[in-house]
Design a protein around this ligand. Structure first.
Ligand SMILES: [Zn+2]
Length: 199
């Protein structure tokens, strides 16, 4: 039996996303940020983020508006498993206002990236600047095709992560108000009529 059959979407439901400093945005445009939109180029690994804020306001999962880089509080990181983090994530540092290193926050990028597919009003385009597939849809969320089975934590295109069942259970048990943990079926056929995307 496949060890990774059940997947869950982790999303931040913060109303207080983080902002990066102007300097950091300028530097990002010269490095990891796409010239065509405020997203990270494919293949971007660890990113250090410099916030205008003293620290992210809502834990344990938040994100930086420019670039959509996710930031995780140490309490969430502790539930992911050291082996999974080592294998699946690229971890960067988070600096608060005035360049102060925040020891209880990290940024995280996934080695594996998944697009959460939808059922209605779905469309996608391939970014002219970096080749990234930019997808949007309404309705029921699911995965298609089945993800590669060499990971337990995947970056999702919705400012969050996809994780396997045991990790999702540990996170749901904490009952954090600002994170949603939703089951994500793997379908044999996509409901959006778009077939396989050119990932
Ligand atoms: Zn792009």
């Amino acid at each position: 039996m496949n060890e990774f059959t059940d997947y869950f979407s982790l999303r931040s439901s913060t109303m207080n996303a983080c902002s990066m400093t102007h300097d950091a945005r300028d530097k990002a445009r010269l490095t990891w940020a796409c010239s065509d939109g405020p997203h990270a180029k494919p293949g971007t690994e660890a990113v250090d983020v410099y916030l205008q804020d003293p620290a992210p306001r809502d834990k344990p999962l938040n994100f930086v508006m420019f670039g959509g880089i996710t930031v995780l509080h140490q309490e969430l990181l502790d539930l992911l498993g050291a082996d999974n983090i080592e294998r699946d994530l690229y971890i960067g540092r988070v600096y608060g206002r005035g360049g102060k290193l925040l020891n209880d926050w990290v940024s995280a990028r996934g080695r594996r990236h998944l697009i959460l597919r939808g059922s209605r009003e779905a469309r996608y385009r391939v970014c002219a600047g970096c080749g990234r597939v930019l997808y949007s849809a309404m309705g029921k969320q699911y995965l298609y095709p089945a993800p590669p089975t060499d990971a337990a934590i995947y970056e999702s295109d919705l400012l969050g992560f996809v994780v396997t069942h045991d990790i999702a259970e540990r996170i749901a048990a904490r009952k954090w108000r600002r994170i949603s943990v939703d089951p994500l079926p793997v379908l044999d056929e996509p409901l959006d009529g778009l077939g396989s995307l050119p990932v």
